[in-house]
Design a protein around this ligand. Structure first.
Ligand SMILES: [Zn+2]
Length: 186
């Protein structure tokens, strides 16, 4: 419970800095399993119909799903909190975007940026080095296909792109108002 609250609070703090605030209560259901996402083991998901986050307990993640590592590191409570933060970012996206149903790439960009941002700096640095990629560049298209094939690289490319921008708040507005499946990097 403490990890859930800490993870959620860290996401709220981070995103508030970019003008993204909750418009209503965010509910989290602890469930036995979460359906797979494109054949990838999903640790959590956002239930659009009922506006609730579905998340497995850390114990179930490690025992039932046999999750032992994340991004090349031993999976522990710090990672669990970051997974909570990822799902809270999805919930906030839905509350603040008029087109949230269509825009998976934009959502995942912000969710992964949040997930990495709430980690301690040394953990994040190790992940960035492990992924071995640079941030998205002008002209790239941030796509869900890339994310499905390489979630760790997608996360790191998004984080590096976000933190390298002069005005990330303006880009967050772009993400929230996007109307298409992918994000074209300006
Ligand atoms: Zn996600």
């Amino acid at each position: 419970m403490e990890d859930l609250c800490q993870g959620a609070a860290s996401a709220l703090r981070f995103l508030e800095g970019y003008g993204v605030k909750p418009t209503r209560i965010i509910d989290i259901d602890i469930v036995d399993r979460v359906s797979e996402h494109y054949g990838n083991k999903a640790l959590g998901s956002y239930d659009l119909e009922n506006s609730r986050i579905l998340l497995m307990s850390m114990q179930d993640m490690t025992e039932k799903l046999a999750v032992s590592t994340l991004y090349g590191q031993a999976f522990d409570r710090i990672h669990y909190r970051s997974v909570v933060a990822h799902e809270v970012a999805h919930a906030l996206f839905h509350q603040n975007s008029p087109n949230a149903r269509l825009t998976n790439a934009a959502q995942e960009y912000l969710a992964y940026v949040t997930q990495l941002a709430v980690l301690p700096a040394d953990r994040r640095q190790q992940i960035v080095e492990h992924a071995g990629v640079a941030g998205w560049e002008s002209g790239d298209s941030i796509s869900e296909i890339y994310m499905v094939m390489a979630p760790e690289q997608f996360a790191v490319k998004s984080y590096l792109h976000f933190t390298g921008m002069n005005d990330p708040s303006a880009f967050v507005k772009v993400l929230l108002n996007i109307k298409w499946f992918y994000v074209y990097v300006p």
